[in-house]
Design a protein around this ligand. Structure first.
Ligand code: SAH
Length: 206
């Protein structure tokens, strides 16, 4: 899987590749699908959600440009796989998942792997987690209609927010927001497909 990320997808950041080599993806995938854990796809998890495709996990992580001192906010813990990858690269990960049972399972898996610098809570992540901010990096693993203001507010100057944004619930563009002294600057990083970001600054829960 890691060779494909490097050779086919052009992921160049060796620290990201090393982190992905370290975290056993099969541990985060439902038992019946474990044989496909290292294939190049998103896979279904409970509650109609997905564990992201390895390439998109690598790409979003690379775009955050983390180091061992970084404090990171993650929105949409899902299985906890992306959380575990981030935890290899940064000082502390604060992760939010709106579905309580997924949050509980993600936290349990992370602790079982002996990762103690990541904490998952159940909440609406579009509001951020102000108590531990401002953050060096914020990663949103679900697609919203716009960039949530509270997340930009909780970013450090010089910090990066990576989020899929789209006009419909079905498809998005990967966006990176770089916070500057005077405001923020927005870059586009190609098309992507995520499950919807549901919350106060996301889509409505039908
Ligand atoms: N990175 C995850 C992928 C999770 S899929 C993994 O590696 O497994 C996206 C997740 O975002 C889903 O679990 C969904 O419940 C969650 N989500 C959607 N809207 C949210 C919100 N407002 N706050 C927190 N989590 C949210």
């Amino acid at each position: 899987m890691v060779e494909r990320l490097r050779d086919h997808y052009g992921i160049r950041d060796e620290s990201v590749l090393a982190a992905m080599r370290c975290v056993p993806r099969h541990f985060f995938v439902p038992e019946a699908l474990r044989g496909r854990a290292y294939d190049d796809h998103a896979l279904p998890i409970d509650f109609n959600q997905t564990i992201s495709q390895p390439f998109i996990v690598a790409r979003m992580t690379e775009l955050l440009e983390l180091d061992k001192k970084s404090r990171v906010l993650e929105i949409g813990a899902g299985s906890g796989y992306q959380t575990a990858v981030l935890a290899q690269l940064a000082a502390q990960i604060y992760s939010i998942e709106r579905i309580g049972e997924l949050a509980r399972q993600a936290q349990a898996r992370i602790c079982e792997l002996g990762i103690y610098n990541a904490t998952v809570k159940a909440f609406d992540g579009t509001l951020g987690w102000n108590a531990y901010g401002p953050y060096d990096g914020i990663l949103v693993a679900a697609g919203g209609p716009r960039i949530p203001d509270p997340l930009v507010a909780q970013l450090k100057i010089g910090g990066r927010l990576v989020i899929p944004v789209g006009e419909t619930r079905e498809s998005q563009k990967l966006i990176r927001v770089n916070k500057t002294e005077g405001g923020h600057q927005v870059e586009e990083h190609g098309p992507c497909q995520f499950v919807p970001l549901i919350g106060q600054h996301g889509w409505a829960l039908n």
